[in-house]
Design a protein around this ligand. Structure first.
Ligand SMILES: Cc1ncc(C[n+]2csc(CCOP(=O)(O)OP(=O)(O)O)c2C)c(N)n1
Length: 300
């Protein structure tokens, strides 16, 4: 039985589709953002710089957390992979948090001179540092709940990020900080299998081995299949003292290639290669964005 109604599940899926479209549009397009006509070479940005592979997973996690905790003003979300910036940007745009209020400006300004960089930076609301040093997301989450028992903080940790000494050792913070005086941290491991383009150690461990590792730190592992919204919502409603969500998701899901080829820009030359341009158009049209956005507002 589903933890939430069909209507809510459909809403979550529509939000993910909208954000996925906005990610791809930010990465590639400098014009024709709503695909009012077939794509042309001149619609493509001259310099493609950014990351696709981790973005769909971020959109899935964000949409599910928002459905579960969106009304709770004591809830926060920390995003580990700063290079998943177009996904963060798409979600903040949808939430009305950005100065950019139209899709044209959102997309053109991504990875653009005098616009946003290709990764999270302090130009984005809620981002306080610039730089790509992996490892601190979980420690920051524990810092945020310190002395704030009313707070709940979910934190998305990349499986590559968990290979850093800082991230894995931060799991020990549970021993120091669990208690009535502090809030609750909900770690979510983004098990998409790849660290840039190479295999991650945690994705190559057996489920049993990973479960035992996580239990050894005092957490209860809860597995979530990437595309199963029912399962995600149910997992977020499971009453557990110290949950550790393992979100298994295919890197690059929904794009033209997956896994090790999906980390950055999966299509290299859509500005000059007709087949790649057609592949990009097919990819964008698969999201049926016109069902979700009527030219003025979102219907999600
Ligand atoms: C301390 C540190 N080591 C290495 C890097 C280089 N780096 C940037 S992204 C990345 C891969 C991150 O992998 P993961 O956390 O699994 O993210 P995802 O697969 O979701 O993109 C690495 C190693 C870094 N930014 N910081």
């Amino acid at each position: 039985m589903s933890a939430v109604g069909i209507f809510e599940i459909e809403k979550i899926k529509r939000r993910i589709r909208a954000c996925d479209y906005l990610v791809v549009a930010q990465l590639f397009l400098q014009d024709n953002f709503l695909l009012k006509r077939p794509l042309e070479f001149s619609d493509i940005k001259p310099r493609l710089l950014g990351h696709w592979g981790t973005c769909h997973g971020i959109n899935v996690v964000y949409a599910n957390l928002k459905a579960r905790y969106g009304e709770d003003s004591n809830f926060s979300f920390i995003l580990g992979p700063g290079h998943g910036f177009p996904a963060l940007n798409a979600n903040l745009f949808l939430d009305g948090e950005l100065e950019e209020k139209d899709i044209e400006r959102l997309c053109r300004n991504f990875s653009w001179p005098d616009g946003f960089p290709s990764h999270a930076s302090p130009l984005t609301p809620g981002v306080i540092t610039e730089g790509g040093e992996l490892g601190y997301a979980l420690a920051n989450a524990y810092g945020l709940v310190l002395g704030h028992p009313e707070k709940t903080v979910a934190v998305l940790i990349g499986d590559g990020e968990l290979e850093t000494a800082t991230a894995i050792d931060s799991l020990n913070l549970r021993n120091l900080l669990d208690g009535e005086k502090n809030g609750k941290v909900l770690p979510i491991l983004h098990l998409n299998g790849y660290k840039i383009s190479g295999p991650t150690i945690y994705a190559r461990k057996s489920e049993r081995e990973l479960n035992e590792l996580i239990r050894g730190f005092g957490f209860e592992p809860i597995w979530i299949d990437g595309e199963n919204t029912d399962e995600f919502q149910e997992a977020l409603r499971t009453e557990t003292e110290a949950p550790f969500y393992i979100f298994r998701n295919e890197k690059g899901y929904g794009g033209p290639n997956r896994h090790h080829e999906a980390h950055q820009i999966p299509l290299k030359n859509p500005a000059s290669d007709k087949k790649e341009l057609d592949d990009l158009e097919k990819w964008l049209r698969r999201y049926n964005f016109d069902e979700l956005f009527d030219g003025k507002g979102f219907r999600i």
